[in-house]
Design a protein around this ligand. Structure first.
Ligand SMILES: Nc1ncnc2c1ncn2[C@@H]1O[C@H](COP(=O)(O)OP(=O)(O)O)[C@@H](O)[C@H]1O
Ligand SMILES: [Mg+2]
Length: 326
């Protein structure tokens, strides 16, 4: 059986499609998975199957078990608020593939931002939603036990984004290594691990989060930092003030939802992580593909390096962020 035929057989066994022809229509965007849309008698669904080898320039392997982490995160997030994640319909017995409900008529947030449709309130809703998942799972032994995925998080996040950069930068290495140690040792709440505008759908009811393959029980500051980093990079790329305002709205709404620890501590950790992630997006293994202009790269690199030398809470970092050369 071909891989596609195995997927179709899995969908039949799960009762999602009948005996007739089944068309797997590839959806664009994925670098780490095959993602298809499939019409079924009960409406369109999405089937996702993790790849062994990610489609990025650098050699980058990742265990396919990450498909299972994603399913667990989607289910847990829906338990917190059913509007913020697609419903998982079945896990298929093919390389940790799974089927979920297709969320119709919702653009990807990244495409909206690039098209100049910047809704600052939506960024706030993103912050509120991630904080809600963190608050619901904070200090929970059950959630911690359900996500024993530290090795995956290390391989997909800590190594490529933090350690790879530290190895190339002797001056900043001690700060980045310390940050990586702190990140991996902190067990606070359920982290999504890839909160990027390309993994968020814009629905009428607010954000819908996809792509939770890196989910781990860890430091919630990571999700906040990861998403803020994307907005700050895009603010430089597009030189759009509203993207800086979106980052501020994200952080402010998130902060209002922190009820499991002192916000000041979390915002300082998130500020340090954001500095490191910004640097990783110009120096790391997974550079932001749109930051090709040397001036843009310099704006990001100089600020990120200064912030790693002088750690700054995330709210202050965002309000001082410069989109252009001084
Ligand atoms: N449940 C869904 N409803 C609608 N579109 C989806 C759904 N799941 C994925 N997509 C679309 O497919 C794209 C890739 O999905 P994603 O889970 O992010 O995979 P990858 O890990 O390959 O990035 C998304 O950006 C989105 O456009
Ligand atoms: Mg994705």
């Amino acid at each position: 059986m071909t891989a596609d035929a195995e997927i179709v057989a899995g969908l039949r066994d799960a009762g999602l499609v009948g005996e007739g022809d089944v068309v797997l229509e590839p959806l664009t965007g994925g670098v780490s998975c095959d993602v298809w849309k499939v019409e079924t008698p009960t409406g369109p669904i999405v089937v996702k199957r993790p790849l062994e080898q990610l489609r990025v320039a650098a050699e980058w392997h990742a265990p396919v078990e990450r498909g299972q982490s994603e399913v667990r995160w989607l289910r847990r997030a829906r338990g917190v608020d059913a509007r913020i994640a697609p419903e998982v319909l079945a896990e298929l017995p093919v390389g940790h593939a799974f089927a979920m409900r297709f969320v119709p008529g919702c653009p990807v947030w990244k495409d909206e931002l690039i098209a100049g449709r910047v809704d600052v309130d939506f960024a706030g809703a993103v912050g509120r939603s991630i904080a809600a998942v963190h608050a619901a799972t904070a200090n929970s032994a059950a959630d911690r036990d359900a996500f024993p995925t530290d090795a995956m998080f290390r391989a997909l996040r800590v190594d490529p984004f933090l350690l790879f950069v530290a190895q190339k930068d002797a001056e900043l290495a001690p700060a980045i290594y310390a940050l990586a140690d702190d990140l991996t040792s902190r067990k606070v709440a359920l982290v999504h691990g890839d909160v990027s505008p390309k993994n968020i759908l814009v629905s009428a009811e607010g954000p819908v989060f996809l792509d939770a393959e890196c989910a781990v029980y860890g430091d919630p500051a990571f999700d906040l930092a990861f998403c803020t980093t994307h907005l700050l990079l895009k603010a430089v790329w597009l030189d759009d003030e509203r993207l800086g305002q979106s980052a501020a709205a994200l952080v402010e709404a998130y902060r209002a939802g922190i009820d499991w620890e002192e916000p000041a501590g979390l915002l300082l950790r998130a500020g340090k992580l954001t500095a490191a992630l910004l640097l990783a997006r110009v120096e790391g293994k997974s550079p932001a593909p749109y930051l090709t202009d040397p001036d843009h790269r310099r704006i990001v690199r100089d600020q990120a390096r200064a912030l790693l030398r002088a750690p700054t809470p995330l709210d202050a970092l965002v309000s001082h962020w410069q989109r252009t050369l001084p």
